[in-house]
Design a protein around this ligand. Structure first.
Ligand code: MG
Length: 387
């Protein structure tokens, strides 16, 4: 069994929305297809994945470094001991040959897309959902379903606060009961109005999280903390720069409520520093690392091991991303929940109708692999990639 061809397609994200720091209308995602010499139903078996959302496609890095390294692998070098499945950990080591440690940026997302496609392939080789393959690999039982919250509440060009409550009401009608909105893109007083408008729809602070996307300095983070503290919010996400662990620790000391961070940590080394220096509390705070941005599932599982060794529970992990790949990873690894981006970040965000259980829960379907083929919005780009 071997890889015969690897394709990459840079797909623009749909939606003219913005958080405190970036406008997503220019963002792109690398969708990859890893072809094998295994034939099923008259076609070669293909592993599909992408490098999560919220950043950029990595076609350049993929074509110049990581795809050639995988294609140059010796026969059997990418397979597990039995030779009947791909070994993502071996593939990861091979892709990172001749790469220096540190500087985990776009490279981590490029590698992740390919590593995750191997998990999709392994699940398809056994004709089972990826969550089952992932759970078996790590000696676990997959969860039947997952808690999900709807992320939205972005800043719109006009009437931003006015549209917020309507947006959350629409999400509630779609079956979501917990929500996350953006803060930091408007003055504090206006953001407080937004939070109060959202709280009415969310029916209480424990159903509403806020996300500053790393925009604040310490003084601003603490000023928001003081105003937000009485609401008892579900969490206060990425107040400051993701690598400013001292800010994170001082925010936790000043705020007291639950905080969340980690979506912009792309390596075990970064997570180890957060655990050592960030003041995160076992049983309280939330970790949002995302396999699709951080070298894939092999590295992500090692991040969870670091958390657990430091006394944290893996249910404190709620990966960033809001898409099918992280639903399968969450169900396969027993994580605390996952995110959804209904209506935005198409064609990757959210879940196919078969996944929606209502009342704030989603499940993987029985489709083999990550089930990307079941998502209607992805069908046109998959045709473009595969035909
Ligand atoms: Mg975030």
């Amino acid at each position: 069994m071997r890889i015969t061809e690897i394709r990459e397609l840079s797909v623009p994200l749909q939606g003219n929305i913005a958080n405190a720091l970036v406008n997503f209308s220019e963002h792109t995602v690398s969708l990859v297809a890893v072809y094998t010499d295994v034939w099923r139903g008259g076609r070669p078996l293909v592993g599909l994945a992408f490098n999560s959302i919220g950043r950029y496609a990595q076609g350049g890095l993929l074509r110049e470094r990581f795809i050639p390294r995988l294609l140059a692998a010796e026969a059997g070098a990418l397979l597990d001991e039995g030779g009947s499945a791909f070994d993502p950990a071996r593939a990861l080591r091979l892709m990172l040959r001749n790469e220096k440690p540190g500087g985990h940026g776009d490279r981590a997302a490029a590698v992740a897309a390919l590593e995750l496609a191997l998990w999709d392939l392994n699940a398809k080789l056994r004709d089972e959902p990826a969550c089952v393959t992932i759970a078996r690999h790590f000696g676990r039982a997959p969860a039947a379903d997952m808690e999900v919250y709807a992320a939205g509440g972005y800043y719109y060009p006009r009437d931003s606060t006015g549209r917020l409550a309507d947006e959350l009401r629409g999400l509630r009608e779609q079956g979501y009961v917990a929500f996350k909105i953006k803060i930091g893109g408007a003055p504090l007083a206006q953001d407080v109005e937004r939070v109060e408008a959202a709280l009415e729809v969310a029916r209480g602070g424990r159903h509403l999280a806020v996300d500053a996307n790393g925009r604040f300095d310490l003084d601003t983070a603490l000023a928001y903390a003081e105003r937000l503290q009485p609401y008892g919010l579900r969490w206060y996400e990425e107040a400051g720069d993701p690598l400013d662990y001292a800010l994170q620790r001082r925010l936790i000391e000043g705020y007291g409520g639950c905080v969340a961070t980690g979506e912009n940590l792309f390596s075990c080394a970064d997570v180890r520093n957060l655990l050592h220096f960030g003041g995160m509390r076992p049983g309280v705070d939330v970790f949002q690392m995302d396999a699709g941005l951080s070298y894939g599932l092999t590295e992500y599982a090692q991040m969870l091991a670091l958390m657990e060794a430091a006394g944290f529970d893996r249910r404190q992990a709620h990966p960033h991303g809001g898409h099918l790949i992280n639903l399968h990873i969450g169900a396969g690894l027993g994580l605390g929940g996952c995110e959804a981006y209904p209506g935005v970040f198409q064609p990757f965000g959210g879940y196919p109708p078969g996944c929606m259980l209502g009342n704030g829960r989603v499940r993987p379907t029985s489709a083999p692999g990550f089930g990307l083929e079941e998502k209607p919005e992805l069908a046109p780009v998959l045709r473009q990639l595969l035909d």
